[in-house]
Design a protein around this ligand. Structure first.
Ligand code: FMN
Length: 311
């Protein structure tokens, strides 16, 4: 890779993702960065120095949800187990109060939706997709379909049926967020592509559990939770490489990314863009730092690195 001459204009690092131009390849993982709370805390500095190149909303459902009872977090030696349970204001609350605030962000907005039936998912896609402020939609399929009892994203046939059902509801790009808790995530990705998905993102959290140190009972109010952070990075990297080898559509890679080197590894494994999740809880500016580190790697000619590089 060639370096940039001193004083030369900043290099264009923009990418096109599903026909949408992004100023760079770093997104947030859904549910891991509250842009509205951050705007309150940091004011317009957040807009001037927004950490991501596109913003993915927390997953919204048709009806408001309280989420799971506390405790909702357990810290592992290399990450988190969360059992948040998707608390959110529901579709109407999101469209009425969150969307106008998120539309002020300086980057394209991706709205993440989850439905407990295909028709519910279709309604969410139609309503969110109809709003001009929304550039793309992400389908969070890590939930049971109440009609079949199967986790939509764990099964290729279920995933294809869900994507087919919603595909006609919007012309906007549809990203399917894959769960790593599937027997073969690459087969699910292929099914999503065949049914009309424009991109896949992975990984969501891995199923995990922690016990109360004294009682031996499950620590988390939801009993089990989702593991995220550095603990899952090697697993995520393998799944991203395997999915990228099986689909033509873009892959958005995530799972434990906390440095530019990690981001470079996911890109080298076949991702077109990457997302930062748990690391943003430790450092809200992590997205910007990781983007700068990634840019530094390509300037010094040491990146993207081979996928086997571990730092
Ligand atoms: C506290 C927390 C909340 C999350 N909420 C959502 C969510 O609402 N929707 C979703 O698709 N993924 C959600 N995720 C998963 C992340 O977007 C991401 O896929 C996962 O954490 C792996 O990335 P990471 O290891 O960088 O965190 C959540 C993760 C955490 C830790």
């Amino acid at each position: 890779m060639t370096g940039e001459a001193a004083g030369a204009p900043a290099r264009d690092r923009s990418i096109e993702l599903c026909g949408v131009r992004l100023r760079g390849p770093i997104l947030n993982g859904s549910g891991t960065f509250d842009a509205i709370a951050a705007r309150r805390a940091f004011g317009d500095a957040l807009i001037e120095r927004f950490p991501f190149d596109a913003f993915v909303s927390k997953t919204i459902t048709a009806e408001p949800r309280q989420g799971n009872p506390p405790p909702r977090l357990w810290e592992t030696p290399a990450g988190l187990i969360n059992s948040i349970g998707l608390p959110n204001k529901g579709l109407d609350g999101f469209l009425g109060s969150d969307l106008p605030e998120l539309a002020e962000l300086p980057v394209p907005l991706i709205v993440s939706v989850m439905g407990f039936s295909r028709d519910e998912l279709a309604g969410l896609v139609a309503a969110a997709g109809a709003r001009d402020e929304v550039a793309m939609l992400e389908l969070n399929v890590s939930c049971p379909n109440v009609e079949t009892g199967l986790v939509m994203g764990a099964d290729p046939v279920e995933t294809a049926a869900a994507v087919e059902r919603v595909r006609t509801e919007t012309d906007k790009p549809l990203i399917v967020k894959l769960t790593p808790n599937a027997a073969e995530p690459a087969a699910v990705a292929q099914a999503a592509e065949g049914a009309g998905a424009d991109a896949v993102s992975l990984v969501n959290t891995l199923k995990g559990m922690a016990l109360h140190p004294r009682t031996g009972e499950p620590w988390l109010g939801g009993r089990t939770g989702g593991v995220s952070g550095p603990a899952i990075r090697a697993i995520a990297l393998e799944q991203v490489a395997s999915v990228a080898g099986r689909v033509e559509i873009p892959v958005i890679g995530m799972g434990g990314i906390s440095t530019g080197r990690h981001a470079a590894d996911f890109l080298a494994a076949g991702a077109s863009a990457v997302a930062v999740g748990t690391e943003s809880f430790r450092d809200p500016a992590a997205g910007r730092r990781i983007a700068a580190e990634l840019a530094g790697l390509s300037l010094t000619g040491t990146g993207p690195a081979p996928a086997s590089t571990l730092v």
